[in-house]
Design a binder for this molecule. Structure first.
Ligand code: MAN
Length: 374
């Protein structure tokens, strides 16, 4: 066993040297790929910027067009409602329009009309556009089924103050009345068909995939390829680096004067008493888990040998003990035919003692006069 352990370490030392070379090589390749990626991404970004700017431009233009359209619509509505052409829309003029009969009682009451004039008796064009139109427009849309009020939680700053809408919403679900209203709308606003169609579409239709020109498309593909190549090189480097660190950790561990304990590295053993399942993972950690299902408590992590004869291990710096130091476990090792935990005790609170047996300790005891072949 000792010979096997020694051989393992020799092999790992060789592997370590190889790995270091491969890792350095991988690091160089990764750096090269990184530079290529950065260069390609610069070009890609410049090309995409043209599209981003155009996109921004058309968004702005669309917003401006919408604002303009809204303004025109407001002006047309103003002209339509100002029946006596005195340059003002007043309560009486609104009262003649059945569409403003919010409570559907057949009369547009003065208070109903006043709501749409934002608590005014009459408004001139500019104030109509800024104060009345924001109240009238959503109502007309809601009324004709073109506008669904935002769901609860959705904030729509334009309509924040339309507190009376829920009432409208309820009424809006009577099919007969809805039809009547729609008819009226159609009579009044037949010219809005095109707009109705537009507004019926979902608010944010998914934008179609952008068609880039050939040169931009080429730059994107080249950047994608460079990104992929960098990712592959990066992964390769990290894999080698992890393997290297693992081997280093193993090489750093003292498995005994003749590597007697090497084969036990990472092996785990359990021991159950009345209350707990104790676990020992060699050269790694000791833990304790209550049998009634509580979570695992770390009793300690591999710290080193104690006593100078490779018969006692210490696992230290475990979970903190309430009002005390962190837990730790001393492992006493004796020779035995197989490897197992014989007992676990807690001689002092949060200080544990494992007694284990293993053939590795037998080799150790005869190491001076018996050869490894045994
Ligand atoms: C838990 C276990 C015991 C330990 C106490 C200390 O119950 O880890 O072994 O003695 O905590 O509070």
């Amino acid at each position: 066993m000792a010979q096997k352990g020694r051989k393992q370490k020799e092999e790992q030392k060789l592997r370590l040297a190889d790995l270091e070379k491969s890792r350095d090589q991988a690091d160089k390749i990764r750096e090269e790929k990184k530079q290529i990626k950065l260069d390609k991404e610069l070009l890609e970004n410049d090309a995409l910027d043209v599209y981003r700017k155009a996109d921004e431009e058309s968004r702005k233009q669309k917003e401006e067009e919408e604002a303009l359209k809204n303004r025109e619509e407001a002006e047309e509505t103003f002209a339509k409602y100002d029946s006596n052409k005195d340059g003002k829309v007043d309560l009486i003029e609104l009262q003649t329009r059945v569409v403003f009969d919010k409570d559907r009682n057949g009369i547009v009451e003065i208070e109903e009309a006043r709501y749409f004039l934002d608590d005014n008796d009459a408004l001139e064009l500019e104030s109509f556009v800024s104060l009345a139109w924001p109240k009238i427009k959503p109502f007309l849309m809601l009324d004709s089924g073109l506008f669904k009020p935002p769901r609860r939680g959705d904030q729509d700053p334009e309509h924040e103050d339309d507190e009376e809408e829920p009432e409208l919403d309820e009424n809006n679900h009577d099919p007969a009345e809805e039809a009547e209203l729609l008819n009226e709308e159609n009579e009044n606003e037949g010219e809005d068909e095109e707009e109705q169609h537009e507004e019926n579409e979902p608010e944010n239709p998914p934008s179609p995939p952008v068609q880039y020109d050939d040169e931009t498309q080429r730059l994107i593909e080249e950047a994608n390829e460079a990104r992929n190549q960098y990712d592959v090189a990066d992964r390769e480097f990290r894999e080698l680096d992890t393997e290297l660190n693992n081997i280093r950790k193993v090489l750093e561990k003292d498995f005994g004067p003749d590597e007697e304990y090497a084969a036990l590295n990472g092996e785990c053993f359990n021991y159950e008493d009345r209350e707990y399942i104790y676990k020992l993972c060699m050269f790694d950690k000791a833990t304790q888990q209550p049998k009634n299902g509580g979570s695992e408590t770390r009793l300690g992590s591999w710290d080193g040998w104690r006593g100078g004869d490779y018969r006692q291990m210490l696992y230290a710096n475990g979970a903190g003990c309430w009002n005390g130091p962190s837990r730790s476990a001393l492992i006493d090792i004796e020779c035995g035919l197989d490897t197992r935990i014989l007992s676990v005790t807690e001689p002092n609170r949060c200080e544990y003692n494992y007694k284990i047996q293993t053939p590795a300790a037998c080799v150790l005891s005869t190491a001076s006069d018996v050869h490894d072949e045994l």
